[in-house]
Design a protein around this ligand. Structure first.
Ligand code: T4K
Length: 397
């Protein structure tokens, strides 16, 4: 039962077990057991087995392009970069999960950090244009928070400058913009099937493309030796998906639409409850976007809200709510990039501001509308009692 006092002010915590961000969908145990029974019976555990083949077939239909399964989203990005023949420098946002930039660096490519548009949280043609030089071979565009922004200007820009466009769609499975799927943006889109994502393969990734030549390269690069394809590739790696991952992802795929619906209900509840609180600005999906609503991202203006983002985070954590600061700090301020590329310090104002202000609340299979109501109530209480919370935090060691 909820108390009328915030835990940080001495009340009883709202949740006794931590409530996490992330979809964290678990299929019915019997269905998962059946998948494993099959794997054990066949004694075929990995190396493009029947479940991976089935998953690739189902995903190709779902995404309406060629879908190739890999071990995780990060390896998916690395393989995609190589299959597109990218080298030299690639333009990338700093406001992203470190994996986006790490994939570039592993592929021997120098990141050119680009600021994001303050409202869409994505890089825009306006921000990208001045960064295009002779050494730049591509753009690594990132879609955040389970949605998609309008990318037509960026696609035109890439085409005009003969740049490859790689889409980090790790958040964006089952999202579309103006009825165009997230798999159709750029030359290649990469999705993550991490347990926290809308499509759960425990770990996992999908490389999606409509280009047969690129698909052939991807299939060759992901397997360190023999492959059914014989594309000439610069190098190979082991990025295969296991049967266990595919078995889980197949079950999760049948539930994706339902999970999106549930997420939307939770997202709308948060929106209704929090939108009028002074100092809170909620990340809005574009009207033409149909998202998967797996992330509820909002911004705190400390002057109007009464507490900084980090103070509110402490309040929520003491209630057993494991809210997250996605993403803070920006990748350009993270090791080793801060030392390797010090020229970006203080040049990405929107990124720096978002990194200081944004917070992510739990949405997903572990949550309900009631969860969203309870968390919202605590956030409102934190705003109402901001001066008490501030004093309390000042006294804490
Ligand atoms: N590009 C972008 C834009 C990305 O956001 C990501 C990954 C990638 C590329 C790379 O994709 P992958 O290589 O991961 O496929 C989490 C996820 O691990 C990561 O996949 C995701 N983005 C990122 C946004 O979130 P962490 O470091 O925050 O994970 P962690 O372990 O702190 O988990 C998040 C919360 O979920 C915690 O509160 C614990 C809880 N949790 C987690 C797992 C795995 C559970 O309760 N159960 C679980 O099984 O990165």
């Amino acid at each position: 039962m909820s108390t009328d006092r915030l835990a940080i002010l001495g009340g009883r915590p709202e949740y006794s077990e931590p409530l996490h961000v992330g979809q964290l969908y678990a299929p019915p145990w019997d269905e998962f057991k059946d998948q494993f029974d099959g794997i054990f019976r066949r004694r075929y555990f990995t190396n493009h087995g029947p479940l991976v083949s089935q998953l690739e077939k189902d995903l190709s239909e779902f995404l309406n392009c060629q879908a190739i399964c890999v071990t995780n989203g990060t390896l998916g990005l690395m393989v995609a970069l190589k299959s597109l023949g990218l080298s030299g420098k690639v333009i990338v946002p700093s406001f992203t999960f470190p994996a986006t930039v790490q994939a570039l660096y592993w592929a021997g490519i120098e990141p050119v950090f680009c600021d994001v548009d303050y409202d869409t949280h994505a890089i825009s043609a306006e921000h990208i244009s001045p960064l295009i030089t002779e050494e730049v071979t591509g753009i690594l565009y990132v879609s955040l928070w389970g949605g998609l922004a309008d990318t037509t200007d960026i696609e035109r820009l890439a085409e005009n400058h003969s740049l490859k466009l790689l889409h980090d769609a790790c958040h964006a499975f089952a999202a579309s913009y103006a009825k165009r799927s997230s798999a159709q943006i750029g030359d290649v889109s990469v999705f993550s099937l991490h347990a926290t994502k809308i499509l759960n393969g425990l770990e996992g990734g999908i490389i999606a493309t409509s280009n047969h030549e690129v698909a052939d390269q991807v299939r060759t690069i992901r397997n360190f030796h023999s492959s059914h394809t014989h594309a000439a590739v610069p190098l190979r790696i082991n990025a295969k998906m296991s049967e266990a991952q595919a078995g889980m992802a197949l079950l999760s795929l049948t539930r994706v639409r339902k999970n999106v619906e549930n997420n939307l209900l939770q997202w709308q509840t948060f929106y209704r409850n929090l939108n009028d609180i002074p100092g809170i600005k909620i990340y809005r999906y574009d009207e033409q976007c149909s998202g998967n609503y797996q992330y509820f991202n909002f911004e705190i203006d400390d002057v109007r809200f009464g507490l900084t983002r980090d103070m509110l985070l402490q309040c929520l954590q003491s209630e057993g709510i494991a809210a997250r600061r996605y993403f803070s700090p920006g990748v350009h301020n993270l090791s080793p990039y801060d030392v390797l590329f010090p020229q970006y310090a203080n040049t990405l104002p929107n990124t720096d501001k978002l990194c200081l202000r944004t917070l992510q609340l739990p949405i997903g299979a572990m949550c309900t509308i009631d969860t969203a109501d309870r968390i919202s109530r605590l956030i409102r209480m934190a705003h109402d009692d901001a001066h008490l919370v501030k004093n309390q935090l000042a006294e804490m060691p």
